[in-house]
Design a protein around this ligand. Structure first.
Ligand code: DGI
Ligand code: FE
Ligand code: FE
Length: 201
């Protein structure tokens, strides 16, 4: 753990470091709430590690991210090549494995997919995706405190609202949508009623 903190301190900006610590303890809290096996704290520990490392590649230069992918056979789409910041999850998972010997697939996937999500996410993946959005130092957006409460009551509903907000935000800004972000949205949100959607527009 000491090694991870040292790496984060060195490679992240102050704001990103604070965000990271916030995601780690928010993810840990969610893991306590949703722990599938309360006879041990393995799941809680996993959430802490994934939270700490989810943005470990966020502050890396874009060219360096692409180079690192090329060098290590990490596949990326042409869309990701055009929007290289989307690659910080994949690169982050690579760093977690190669630098910190993390081989737990669930942790690696939670880091890898934390920006776009993917259909059929595991409990740990959802926890990191949500913690990233609700941690205390996140710039306040509409209904954030409602979503924070919801995250601890109904994790799938919280996923839906966050995906809905993210897609609305990207569309409003005219930012192009990655196919995986769209697929995630489709798999979690297609059954939301029009009426419900309007509440969050
Ligand atoms: O790294 P963080 O800022 O903590 O959070 P993140 O990794 O979830 O990245 C959040 C940003 O990524 C947010 O502004 C929305 C954006 N994003 C998510 N999916 C897509 C996307 N941006 C584009 N252009 N396309 C996407 O599909
Ligand atoms: Fe991120
Ligand atoms: Fe983040």
């Amino acid at each position: 753990m000491k090694k991870i903190y040292k790496y984060l301190k060195k490679h992240l900006t102050k704001e990103r470091y604070l965000h990271t610590i916030g995601v780690a303890y928010t993810a840990t809290s969610l893991a306590m709430k949703y722990n599938p096996d309360t006879t041990n704290s393995q799941f809680i520990k996993k959430a802490e590690i994934a939270g700490l490392l989810h943005d470990c590649a966020k502050c890396m230069d874009n060219n360096k991210k692409i180079k690192l992918c090329n060098k290590n056979n990490i596949k990326y789409t042409s869309f990701e090549a055009e929007q290289p910041y989307l690659l910080h999850g994949k690169v982050g998972a690579f760093i977690a494995q190669s630098k910190f010997d993390i081989n737990d697939e669930d942790i690696l996937n939670a880091i890898k997919w934390h920006t776009t999500g993917h259909p059929d996410m595991s409990l740990l993946e959802k926890i990191i995706y949500i913690a990233d959005y609700i941690e205390p130092s996140r710039r306040p957006i509409q209904e954030l405190d409602e979503i924070r409460k919801l995250a601890f009551e109904d994790i799938d509903k919280a996923m839906q609202i966050i995906l809905l907000n993210t897609l609305n935000y990207l569309n409003k800004k005219g930012n192009p949508i990655d196919t995986m972000t769209q697929k995630t949205y489709d798999s979690y949100c297609l059954n939301i009623s029009k009426q419900e959607k309007q509440i969050y527009e």
